[in-house]
Design a protein around this ligand. Structure first.
Ligand code: NAP
Length: 319
């Protein structure tokens, strides 16, 4: 089978497609024939080995884990002899955290990990990126920011993977949503449910005063210092991006500034969030925004596009 790997850190050209034996599932694993997989910012960071302190974990001089890709969607082809939760031909999707490797033709994954049945009303390419934007933003909105019905949230980077998810989820949760994006994405952000859209090339939301209950900077393009006057008393600034002193502020002002990462949350909690997302997708309340799709052999092109910083929603590899 074909699989994308990288054996050194660097530009997209370090990625190679290799041919290896199809894996055989362990007793509690399923073998998934991958129909679509995601390509995310996390993948580019793994490939680049950035931030550099992260190399203490992922490999000092070269990557310990050479496989790429975390999100997947596909069909169960075979089962380990102790699997009880899935059967052959089930359509499933999920995420392989840490020991990634979904940019491939097949994947073995434990039936107890982040894997669930795919709603019938969405395609594999719509399902594969759900554990990036939707799972992360839902974790922030529901659990970190505890967004309540009637609150006003500003989503900075409303046209990205996390941003398009956050706008839809916040509307679904009964909030008023202001999305921030550039001119070319204003119509899209309105179309996915934002009540108000601020074009950051024309207006600066940080000049608004006492306006928002939550500022969710989904792309790490602003910071708490710049945004705090736009927050109401007791308003929260939250971001999934480490930088702009977010760690410092989250220590000295933990009630007002929050950082979190999906990967540090308990698997049990992620599975609960995912189950709720599956219900919303099944009810037709959410839609994965897809910018471009690529064949596995064109994965380098996909990584180059991702680094442009202006993708809209998600990218997917389709097998
Ligand atoms: N903590 C976690 O668990 C976690 C999980 C997943 C991702 N992340 C991080 O979350 C961040 C966002 O990921 P993503 O995949 O959502 O990003 P993305 O899709 O690559 O973001 C691209 C979007 O950012 C917008 N953008 C660029 N400059 C902007 C600016 N100055 N102001 C507002 N919007 C701007 C672009 O819109 P325009 O073209 O209109 O400018 C584009 O649509 C990444 O840093 C990623 O590493 C963290």
């Amino acid at each position: 089978m074909k699989k994308a790997v990288y054996t050194s850190y660097g530009s997209p050209e370090v990625i190679q497609i290799i041919d290896i034996e199809k894996p055989i599932p362990n007793p509690h694993e399923v073998l998934v024939k991958i129909k679509a997989s995601s390509i995310t910012r996390a993948d580019t960071m793994m490939r680049q080995g950035t931030p550099k302190f992260g190399r203490l974990i992922i490999g000092l001089f070269k990557p310990k884990n050479t496989a790429l890709g975390t999100g997947f969607s596909g069909v169960v082809e075979s089962l380990g002899n102790k699997v009880t939760k899935f059967k052959i031909d089930d359509e499933v999707f999920g995420e392989k955290l840490f020991s990634n490797g979904t940019n491939a033709e097949y994947l073995c994954i434990s039936e107890d990990s982040i894997i669930t049945l795919k709603p019938h009303n969405i395609s594999h390419k719509q399902a594969a990126p759900i554990c990036d934007g939707f799972l992360t933003s839902y974790s922030f909105l529901r659990d970190i920011g505890k967004l309540k019905q009637g609150q006003h949230i500003l989503v900075n980077g409303a046209s990205g993977s996390l941003g398009t998810a956050a706008v839809q989820l916040a509307k679904n949760m009964g909030a008023t949503v202001t999305g921030v994006c550039s001119t070319k994405n204003v119509d899209l952000v309105k179309s996915i449910g934002a009540d108000y859209v601020i074009d950051y090339t024309k207006n600066d939301f940080t000049k608004m005063r006492d306006y928002f209950d939550i500022v969710y900077d989904s792309v790490g393009k602003t910071n708490y210092s710049k945004s705090k006057k736009t927050l109401k008393a007791n308003g929260i600034f939250m971001t999934p991006v480490l930088g702009s002193n977010v760690l410092w502020y989250s220590i000295i002002s933990p009630k007002r500034v929050k950082f979190s990462a999906t990967g540090i949350r308990k698997q049990r909690d992620l599975k609960m969030l995912l189950a709720e997302l599956v219900t919303f997708f099944s009810q037709g309340k959410l839609n994965t925004v897809i910018d471009k799709t690529y064949k596995l052999e064109n994965i380098i092109e996909a990584h180059k596009y991702l680094e442009s910083d202006h993708k809209v929603g998600n990218l997917a590899i389709v097998n």
